[in-house]
Design a protein around this ligand. Sequence first.
Ligand SMILES: Nc1ncnc2c1ncn2[C@@H]1O[C@H](COP(=O)(O)OP(=O)(O)O)[C@@H](O)[C@H]1O
Ligand SMILES: [Mg+2]
Length: 280
Amino acid sequence: MTEVTGMNAAPDGQVPPSEDGGAPVLRTEGIAKTFGAVVALRRIDLELRRGEVLGLVGDNGAGKSTFVKILTGFHRPDTGRIFLDGKEVRFRSVKEARAHGIETVYQDLALIPQLPVYLNLFLNREHTSLANIRWLSKQKMRRLARQYLDEIKVSIPNIDAEVESLSGGQRQAIAVARATQQQAKILLLDEPLAAMGAKESAMIIDLVKDLSRNRKETMIIIDHNHTHLFELCDRLAVIQHGTITFDKPVKDTSIEELTDLMVSSYRAQIVAGQRERRAS
Ligand SMILES: Nc1ncnc2c1ncn2[C@@H]1O[C@H](COP(=O)(O)OP(=O)(O)O)[C@@H](O)[C@H]1O
Ligand SMILES: [Mg+2]
């Protein structure tokens, strides 16, 4: 059987070459997931190259978060396969996915509000869980935290400040910083700008841009704002009803094309809804 995966076609089981000649950093094949009667994902075939920033677009309920949660080991797919650097992986937990270099910034951030900024930056890693964090001296953690935040140009004047005293944008920046302290193989951002004002969004956008340009992070970003996505991404994919219906480099599409696609899908849903109501 021959599958068409994104823009590359390759026989089953073989890894299609990416532009740099190596295997794509991520490839998924036929990922499907149901929750009881709800089909969240029908079939997701996707590829991501190293250093690429992919924007995922889709209506509410299209399956974006479910796909991301499968990549992070939070959910297990019903069927389908995941390949990292050409090797098949199966994650049984978030911890396992993280051990493979898959980092996520959760919508609820998962920071500890009562702890200072510098400690929150170290809470991510298995070897520095609160229980055995003591091997790193407080001074060293503070120094490393300051150094890293400066390096990625995140402006937090006081790293001893408790996270709860910071703005939403600053907290999100810390969550992103924590996920990227060690370069992630893939960084997943599910609506990182949700509930953020214009100024705070701009701060996170700058951070994501910096991570992609200067640190070559490989990322998948979910965001409803097409303008943001065109600013941040190399490629855009649309998920509709649990499958990818559009997958193009940003340079080969436009905000108009993407918006038309989303609006026409929205219209089709309304028409289908009207037919259903008339039929009943
Ligand atoms: N844990 C869950 N239990 C039951 N249904 C779920 C669960 N997670 C997601 N769904 C359903 O799966 C579909 C896809 O959801 P989701 O992946 O969150 O979409 P999106 O992030 O694109 O808005 C929706 O119909 C949603 O209600
Ligand atoms: Mg979602």
